[in-house]
Ligand binder design. Structure first.
Ligand code: SF4
Ligand code: SF4
Length: 365
């Protein structure tokens, strides 16, 4: 397992976490075994939004006595009072359900306490003024919530949460289908603006926990994907992990085999993870913008082209840490000899020769 750091707390999170979206398909024993398998593989981040309430007890049994190995994402606004998933901004219901979830899971705190799934401005206003926000902030002060978090599919709402300055963590739907097409209601917005949002997460020190990394399976199926080509799970995971701000990807699994398929990411070669094929079928919106995929390597001057570009984009947003990271690189944009190798390799049509001059001028090296 590999781990990344929650920027505001230093907490280590596994780069692959466990989503619950499809686990209701498994029986109680399979649920328990899946959670144990995840823990044994070093997964320490668990999300708790299943389609039905039934799997909660299997999770609780598997996590009993393991509380210190699991970081729990628990949501305020998910309502399982009917036995199935429901959504609410009613503060009394949201709060009682959140507290019941903690009890069911056998814990008295949430590592990540989420204001759950807010996609509309009116719902954001309701959360802020209707009691949920005050409750979440109070729970953070009392230590019941260790990190204050939000989940959304909407770029504008994500920005409103970031603007509070109070957020530690955000769950966002992120994959190439949502970034480059409007084919899903979960992924509206221009590619450039979505890319800017990820940089804003990083600059604000708010880690991204990725949901829907496979677009609900659409990206894995050539017939269902608007690109007409299938990507693999390893490619989708790498795509998400390369985005600024991303700390962990949480695919929903149906059981042990799905989990093993996801964990196979760690055995995949660099070629198998390489998603630069996207450059062949992503729309013109993707053209000319570096997505940090590193397909253009190797650079004869040893420049880490993807990283240099990522740090440059972040530094221009005011991220002082990114500027430091750039300076710590062994080779800098000023080392570029304009050989053109990267330009011939880049499937996104980025002109790195010119870009390297721009980066060198910005950083003065
Ligand atoms: S220049 Fe192109 S190939 Fe290189 S990292 Fe950027 S997008 Fe990827
Ligand atoms: S053009 Fe510059 S950055 Fe690109 S491969 Fe050549 S030396 Fe490296």
């Amino acid at each position: 397992m590999e781990y990344r750091t929650v920027p505001r707390s230093g907490q280590k999170v596994s780069v692959i976490g466990l989503g619950m979206g499809s686990i209701h398909a498994a029986d109680a024993r399979e649920v328990e075994e899946t959670v144990r398998l995840a823990l044994d593989a070093g997964v320490n981040l668990f999300d708790f939004i299943p389609s039905e309430a039934a799997p909660f007890e299997g999770y609780a049994r598997a996590l009993k006595g393991q509380r210190d190995r699991a970081l729990m994402q628990v949501h305020i606004g998910a309502d399982y009072s009917s036995g199935k998933y429901g959504w609410t901004t009613d503060a009394a219901l949201a709060i009682s359900q959140f507290e019941e979830r903690l009890r069911t899971l056998g814990t008295d705190y949430a590592d990540f306490g989420f204001i759950h799934c807010i996609d509309e401005d009116a719902d954001f206003d309701q959360v802020m003024n209707g009691g949920i926000w005050d409750y979440a902030c109070r729970m953070k002060k009392e230590g019941v919530i260790r990190h204050l978090a939000f989940s959304t599919h909407d770029v504008g709402v994500a920005r409103r949460f970031l603007a509070t300055g109070a957020m530690d963590w955000g769950m966002f739907s992120l994959n190439p289908l949502y970034d480059y097409t409007d084919a899903s209601d979960y992924g509206k917005g221009e590619a450039d603006d979505r890319a800017r949002l990820y940089r804003e997460f990083e600059a604000a020190g708010v880690g991204i926990s990725v949901m829907k990394a496979f677009a609900g399976g659409q990206l894995l199926d050539a017939a269902a994907s608007p690109f007409g080509r299938a990507l693999t799970k390893a490619q989708c995971i790498q795509y998400a992990l390369d985005k600024p701000g991303v700390a962990s990807v949480l695919p929903g699994v149906r059981g042990k085999q799905d989990l093993l398929d996801v964990l196979a990411y760690f055995d995949a070669t660099a070629e198998e993870r390489d998603y630069s094929v996207l450059g062949e079928f992503a729309p013109p919106a993707a053209e000319g913008s570096c997505v940090y995929c590193n397909h253009c390597q190797p650079c004869p001057r040893g420049i880490q082209i993807g990283l240099a570009n990522k740090y440059y984009d972040l530094a221009r947003l005011g991220d002082a840490l990114a500027a430091d990271h750039y300076r710590e690189l062994e080779h800098h944009a000023g080392d570029c000899v304009q050989c053109g190798h990267c330009d011939t390799r880049c499937p996104f049509g980025v002109k790195q020769g010119a870009r390297m001059r721009e980066i060198a001028a910005y950083f003065g090296r």
